[in-house]
Design a protein around this ligand. Structure first.
Ligand SMILES: *Cc1c(COP(=O)(O)O)cnc(C)c1O
Length: 281
């Protein structure tokens, strides 16, 4: 359960730990540092670093900073909220090879927008959203890579299917030919404690290994999207093929993470927190 004080403590810790990137050189340096950490994590477990894709997460950062990231080589950016992603996409259509990955929960009434601008959707967790996306994608004659989000932490505040529901969900996917299922995605327990985080990643990998052989035709479970700035090395050690990294590339965010993964009752608290911290930035 996100707690206000805990989030603020983490926030302050992060301002020290994740310096802001304000130039192309800053982005190059941060990207190189993250890549180096990916290489080292792979080496520890005998994996080929080519098997890990870095997805830079640009949520909350403004267009100017996204353009710096692009200049430093980023061609796919992850965004958690549809409206924010759409606004940025519209402002940056001049960068024709820049693609967008939506990594946050989607409501069916936003499927229309996502079908237009996203090349990838990583938070599929309901039939209704699959139906809505497929309907829109057919109209646009497009396809999209999708990841099925799994709740591996058991926290009520996290979206995603319960692990036991994933097999039945995958069985329904061939009905949606515009959705190319690539694998599974998860958010680990929100904790700085590796002992508590690692089992979430292990759970996702074991689930994938179990379901791999019985997945229907056209449904691939090759990919495991897991790990963020605070825990991506652990995720790689446990088999991540995609790591979603924001703050270690862009710098610390002035938003508690619970703002992005809200529970109904945590949200007003967090908005108060934001109001109280924003003026002092
Ligand atoms: C914000 C976010 C990330 C990245 O978190 P950082 O701490 O910035 O690395 C990863 N996955 C999802 C779903 C997110 O919303």
């Amino acid at each position: 359960m996100p707690d206000q004080t805990e989030d603020l403590n983490i926030l302050h810790a992060r301002h020290g730990r994740y310096p802001q990137a304000d130039s192309v050189e800053d982005f190059r340096r941060n990207l190189a540092a993250v890549q180096q950490r990916i290489v080292e994590a792979c080496r520890r477990v005998g994996r080929d670093p080519a098997g890990v894709r870095l997805l830079p997460v640009s949520k909350t950062f403004d267009e100017a900073h996204l353009r710096l990231a692009y200049a430093a080589g980023c061609r796919l950016l992850g965004e958690n909220k549809v409206q924010e992603a759409q606004r940025k996409w519209e402002a940056m259509t001049d960068l024709q090879d820049l693609q967008w990955s939506v990594i946050g929960h989607l409501q069916t009434n936003k499927a229309k927008q996502v079908a237009r601008f996203a090349s990838e959707f990583q938070a599929l967790d309901s039939l209704r959203v699959a139906e809505a996306l497929d309907r829109r994608l057919r109209i646009l004659d497009r396809q999209m890579d999708v990841f099925v989000q799994v709740n591996t932490s058991g926290e009520a505040s996290k979206y995603g299917l319960a692990p036991d529901d994933v097999a039945a969900f995958l069985e329904t996917m061939p009905a949606f030919p515009t959705l190319r299922v690539r694998g599974l995605m998860t958010l680990a327990l929100f904790s700085a404690d590796a002992v508590r985080v690692r089992p979430c990643f292990v759970r996702l990998r074991e689930l994938r290994d179990r379901l791999r052989h019985c997945a229907p035709d056209g449904v691939s479970l090759q990919e495991l999207s897991m790990g963020m700035s605070g825990d991506f090395e652990i995720a790689i050690e446990e088999g991540a093929t995609v790591v979603r990294v924001g703050q270690a590339i862009f710098g610390a965010r002035a938003m508690p993470d619970a703002y992005y993964w809200p529970t109904a009752d945590a949200r007003p608290l967090i908005e108060d927190t934001l109001l109280s911290i924003t003026p002092s930035r």
